[in-house]
Design a protein around this ligand. Structure first.
Ligand SMILES: Nc1ncnc2c1ncn2[C@@H]1O[C@H](COP(=O)(O)OP(=O)(O)OP(=O)(O)O)[C@@H](O)[C@H]1O
Length: 241
């Protein structure tokens, strides 16, 4: 189930994640190649966000080793990791500055843009229609699109997404889902944390249930509907992957 560690873009060994010395998750191992996609599913409070924040260097690990592109991920500001291509879109879209317009937010993100050929308004035409609107007045779906567009402007090598479905109506969610599918087709490395397994169905080549302080890997063809997921959770070998 584990990608070859030789080619791992992001790799954790004996990683323990938590806050102020108190573990939430771990020790766990994780290795994902440069075109790998991994879904982390599980209910509220099991540690999905904690793991994403730790993997992207926002939250220092309590112990263990963590590398990105074969270099240690040291605790430092988000932009330092983003410059290396490790980009988190957090649950509360904190990368979006609410008092700035859509265009201004995209300009800020593009200031770090390496190639300059990412056109947010082609990928998200709806954002083009709202370009002069203050981000704080966007709908939940539009805000999610802006957060995603700003992350993509950084040309990530690995994109970490926390609850992309949060607060979205089904029709907007379909848009976000098709964007994520397109990113997968372009072979972007992604880790997507979701409470809703239906959101990640077909999106990732590996699926791990987060629970009991570690990850339990599932067959990607596993039925991820509610009851089946519960059964899988209890039958899964929660060993490291
Ligand atoms: N800043 C923090 N300080 C201390 N404990 C925290 C902090 N943030 C989260 N926790 C705790 O860590 C545990 C895991 O929370 P986390 O947000 O990672 O779970 P989650 O699986 O992402 O849940 P959700 O789906 O609700 O976002 C919870 O018990 C939570 O209370």
């Amino acid at each position: 189930m584990t990608d070859s560690t030789d080619s791992a873009l992001i790799e954790a060994r004996g990683l323990v994640a938590g806050y102020r010395g108190r573990p939430v998750l771990g020790p766990l191992d994780l290795a994902l190649g440069s075109t790998g996609t991994l879904a982390l599913v599980g209910p509220n409070g099991v540690g999905k966000s904690t793991l994403l924040k730790t993997l992207c260097g926002v939250l220092p690990p309590l112990s263990g080793e963590l590398t990105f592109a074969a270099k240690p991920v040291a605790a430092s500001a988000v932009y330092v990791h983003a410059r290396r291509g490790l980009v988190l879109v957090g649950e509360h879209r904190a990368n979006v500055l609410r008092s700035l317009t859509v265009t201004e937010n995209l300009a800020l993100a593009s200031a770090h843009h390496r190639r300059g050929d990412f056109d947010a308004f082609t990928v998200f035409p709806r954002l083009g229609e709202r370009r002069r609107q203050q981000a704080g007045t966007l709908s939940g779906g539009e805000l999610q699109m802006l957060a995603l567009a700003m992350a993509l402007a950084l040309e990530p090598r690995c994109l970490l997404l926390d609850e992309p479905s949060a607060g979205l109506a089904p029709i907007v969610l379909a848009d976000v889902h098709s964007t994520l599918n397109e990113l997968r087709r372009r072979r972007l490395c992604m880790i997507v944390a979701e409470q809703r397994p239906d959101v990640v169905r077909g999106l990732c080549d590996r699926v791990a249930i987060v629970g009991g302080g570690t990850l339990g890997y599932l067959d990607p063809d596993t039925d991820l509907s509610g009851e089946a997921l519960g059964a899988a959770y209890f039958s899964t070998d929660h060993t490291t992957g």
